[in-house]
Structure formats: C-alpha cells, structure tokens
Design a protein around this ligand. Structure first.
Ligand code: ZN
Length: 148
C-alpha cells in the first residue's frame, strides 16, 4: 500500500511496532499486517491485524465518504469496480494518497529546520504534487467521457 504514516516512533518506522496503538511486535505475539509506508525511507510499516488494521480501513472509508460529500457526489453510490473513475483502487485512490502525502509533508515542513530534511521534503512535495496533478487530470478526463 502507498499510504504514508507520519510522526512515527523509531520502532514504528522500522516496522517493529503498530502504527496505531504502538504495540511492540517483538515483545508481544500479535498478528501484524502491512498498512503503508514510512515517509522517511519508504519502508513498510505495520499494524495489529486486529483491531488496528480495521481502524485504518474504517478511517479510509470515512475519508472517502467525506471526499465524495465535498465533491458534491453525496448520495451517489460509487461502485467499487475498476471501471469507475472514483474507484479507490484507481487513479482517484492514488490521487487521495498523493494529497494526504502532501498534507503530511506540509506538517513536517513547518517543524523541520535542517536543510537536508527540508530538501528531502521539498523533493517529496514536487513528486506528489506532480503525480496529483496528472491523476486529477486523468480522473477529470474519465469523468468527462462518462457524461457523454
Ligand atoms: Zn495495534
């Protein structure tokens, strides 16, 4: 998965602790599942299979609903198939991930004061902003086709 998790502790960023509850997988026998990446080095991060991964999925569902409401698509039952331009598996889903990454980068930029970290964050910003622009145009093009 491409979702980034921010403000991680050392063990969380290393994939050794749950990114939701902080439980240490080395100390406790917990089933863990990959749920995203650390923005620092793109390494995979993990959450407890129960219940933390479910909480992340619920949160993603809620964010998708809020985005649909904000986009005036409220009440439209968006089918979860690849044909839909708003499928979370398609460009729309990737766009949301880019936007979340940008929001997280903004948060980090406001607290960073060392030049290499700021340069890294700026390169992340450029990458995600460019990707978001292309994906937004793709989704726009797909929705236009759907209207005709
Ligand atoms: Zn957990």
């Amino acid at each position: 998965m491409e979702r980034y998790f921010w403000h991680l502790s050392g063990p969380q960023a290393d994939g050794l602790a749950c990114v939701v509850c902080g439980a240490n997988f080395l100390l406790r026998k917990i089933m863990s599942v990959p749920v995203g990446r650390s923005p620092a080095d793109e390494s995979q991060v993990f959450a407890c299979k129960e219940p933390c991964a479910g909480r992340i999925a619920d949160e993603a569902d809620r964010m998708a609903r809020e985005m649909r409401t904000a986009a005036g698509m409220d009440g439209v039952d968006v089918p979860d198939c690849d044909d839909s331009p708003f499928s979370v598996d398609g460009h729309f889903g990737s766009l949301l991930r880019d936007l979340r990454a940008l929001a997280g980068t903004e948060a980090l930029l406001t607290v960073s004061d060392d030049i290499p970290a700021i340069r890294f964050l700026l390169s992340l910003t450029a990458r995600h902003a460019e990707a978001a622009m292309m994906r937004a145009r793709l989704v726009l093009a797909q929705t236009k086709e759907g209207e005709e």
